[in-house]
Write a protein that binds this ligand. Structure first.
Ligand code: FES
Length: 69
């Protein structure tokens, strides 16, 4: 069952170029991804038009604020 926070995370876009939501990154972190490089490789983030200039800092912040479950 989705919590209210899960629903919001699935609406919040972290990588705008690729349309990848916060919830997708949190799922990858929970599956064991621990670095920005691993998240980018698994999700495709960082390979859009901006080459990660917009989403890179957000992904760094997410890794700090969402410890693996
Ligand atoms: S916002 Fe993620 S590659 Fe541009």
């Amino acid at each position: 069952m989705n919590t209210h926070k899960d629903i919001l995370d699935n609406l919040k876009t972290v990588c705008q170029c690729k349309g990848i939501k916060k919830g997708a990154f949190k799922k990858l972190i929970d599956e064991g991804k621990t670095t920005p490089g691993e998240l980018n490789k698994a999700s495709g983030a960082g390979s859009g038009d901006c080459q990660g200039r917009r989403c890179g800092p957000r992904i760094d912040d997410l890794l700090k604020s969402h410890p693996r479950e």
